[in-house]
Design a protein around this ligand. Structure first.
Ligand code: FES
Length: 259
């Protein structure tokens, strides 16, 4: 069926072909499971967009129509949401979405150099995909992992403290089909597989759920310094006096002033 523009809630609908019956039936069953998790079905839109992305690798017009139909929304509403968030791809991409953070801190710590090297190494520009369909390269904004700058993300998993060399090894391994593990978490899976997990379906690979990890000492270093603790491997000159009094610091300057 070729999606004759219909109307829904009085709004013209986005013209698009429907999914083949077998795929539609499977997606409808999955969507029903997702929608049942929320008191208001509209709240299921974000996971449903991941669900259709898991099917086609990006959010197509067909996917938008599907989500709208499942949730009683207009295709305009679904389009507005899907084009707002950068985790939804608007066109076909590679199995691995490689994002290089070029926001301020990562940029000055080497992110810009990594991005330039990867562009040349892969022969693609920003938001372009390698000919083998393996890698889509993009520069991304800050992902709140500045303490590990420069950061590269693949399918939303972090690779901390990267260099141009390590980033090139990373994409080479991905293109060669080698198993690649991020700094934290389970080994990478493809973009479509990742999208299904983000839709809320369990990662069924053995050990995937248990493979977590922590941000490590770097994320807590500032807090420890603020508390007056010395950091391992750092001299005493890295210890700074706590600035305020409080439960953790009853003898801080403010307390002394009040004595
Ligand atoms: S600037 Fe790159 S993660 Fe914050």
């Amino acid at each position: 069926m070729t999606g004759t523009p219909a109307t829904h809630l009085g709004m013209p609908e986005l013209p698009a072909p429907d999914y083949p019956a077998e795929i539609r039936a499977r997606l409808e069953a999955d969507a029903k499971e997702v929608i049942a998790r929320y008191p208001d079905s509209r709240s299921a839109l974000l996971p449903l967009l991941h669900l259709v992305q898991a099917e086609e690798g990006h959010v197509t017009r067909t996917g938008i129509r599907f989500c709208a139909g499942q949730l009683g929304l207009t295709t305009a509403e679904v389009t507005a949401v899907s084009t707002f968030y950068s985790m939804y791809r608007r066109r076909a991409g590679g199995d691995y979405q490689v994002g290089v953070c070029t926001n301020t801190l990562c940029a000055v710590m080497g992110g810009d150099a990594i991005f330039e090297e990867l562009k040349e190494h892969l022969g693609v520009g920003n938001d372009e995909t390698t000919e083998d369909g393996a890698i889509t390269l993009e520069h991304i904004e800050c992902n709140a992992a500045c303490d590990f700058a420069p950061v590269v993300m693949v399918n939303w998993e972090f690779f901390d403290n990267q260099t141009p060399e390590s980033a090139k090894r990373l994409v080479d391994d991905l293109r060669a089909g080698r198993t690649v593990a991020p700094t934290r978490g389970a080994p990478l899976c493809t973009y479509k597989e990742t999208a299904r997990v983000l839709a809320g379906f369990p990662d069924q690979r053995p050990g995937a759920v248990e493979a977590t990890g922590s941000a490590g000492a770097a994320s807590l270093a500032g807090l420890r310094l603020a508390k007056g603790e010395a950091l391992p491997g750092r001299g005493a000159d890295h210890v700074i006096a706590p600035r305020t009094a409080g439960p953790d610091n009853p003898a801080g300057p403010a307390a002394k002033e009040g004595e």
